[in-house]
Design a protein around this ligand. Structure first.
Ligand code: HXC
Length: 256
């Protein structure tokens, strides 16, 4: 039984709710596995025509779990990193809607970007703050954010690590639509029901075609990103950046 997510099916819609509130839904390996397993189960069920993935009012997900990663080595990140099963998630045939309220940072923003539609509450905050931890995005951010909002805006966000609110994210093209926070789950359900009412094979074909539009060059980019992300775990600045977060103090980077 999953411990860090809640799942429910209502009609033809499957819902996955990240439920690790004490860590703002930070994606540790257990949570990542539970999300992927639940999504695969819905995907295999022909009665399910759309999946909604959501978090809490405060956080969709505040990133990969920094405390779990902080002391890992290059070798362990590369061989068995938190990337492990996201390829299975992005290979789902069923459309996935990310219903985002609160923080969607780092791996949380990247998880939202692995979905087909991003519905944002007006409280949503998106960002790739990895640079402040002495690393770079590692679950697709350098590729998918750039594809979504263009190189210059993506570069400014990733180089500064700043957050972007829902309105700015919509203007930039990162989110499909912004809705009042109180309406987020209802709007997501209505949207999912609409999608789930379409022909499943047609939806699958459309999703494949949409993927093809995004994928030229992406596989190579993701391979590069994975290698680069893992390699940063050989830096002192990665150790310092993550230790500083855990100890609640500003990092003192030594650029080595
Ligand atoms: C581990 C986390 C966490 C994270 C929050 N927490 N984010 N734990 N990993 N990513 C924990 C905090 O340590 C704290 O635990 C509790 O959740 C509440 O967080 P606070 O910081 O007290 O909340 P608040 O002051 O409201 O600030 C919210 C926040 C901040 C701005 C979102 O928590 C934050 O900056 N989080 C880190 C965001 C981030 O850098 N994400 C990128 C991660 S790297 P305690 O025990 O103290 O109560 C990444 C790489 C992806 O995602 C690639 C992987 C392959």
């Amino acid at each position: 039984m999953p411990e860090l997510i809640l799942t429910e099916a209502e009609g033809r819609v499957g819902r996955i709710t990240l439920n690790r509130p004490e860590a703002l839904n930070a994606l540790n390996l257990q949570l990542a596995h539970e999300i992927v397993d639940a999504a695969l189960e819905f995907d295999a069920d022909p009665e399910i025509g759309a999946i909604v993935i959501t978090g809490s009012a405060k956080a969709f997900a505040a990133g990969a779990d920094i405390k779990e990663m902080a002391d890992r080595s290059y070798a362990s990140m590369y061989l068995d990193g938190p990337f492990a099963r996201w390829d299975e998630f992005t290979a789902l045939r069923t459309p996935v809607i990310a219903a985002v309220a609160g923080f969607a940072l780092g791996g949380g923003c990247e998880l939202a970007m692995m979905c087909d539609v991003i519905l944002a509450a007006d409280s949503a905050k998106f960002g790739q703050p990895e640079i402040n931890l002495g690393v770079i995005p590692g679950m697709g951010g350098t590729q998918r954010l750039t594809a979504a909002i263009g190189k210059y805006k993506a570069a400014e966000l990733m180089l500064t690590g700043r957050m972007m609110g829902a309105e700015e994210a919509e203007r930039a093209g990162l989110v499909s639509r912004v809705v009042p926070a109180d309406d987020l789950l209802d709007e997501a359900s209505t949207l999912a029901e609409t999608i789930a009412s379409k022909s499943l094979p047609v939806v699958y074909a459309l999703k494949d075609a949409l993927k093809a539009s995004q994928n030229s060059g992406l596989a190579e980019g993701l391979r590069f990103e994975k290698q680069a992300f893992a390699s940063l775990f050989s830096l002192n600045d990665q150790k310092e950046g993550m230790a500083a977060f855990v100890e609640k103090r500003p990092p003192n980077f030594t650029h080595d």
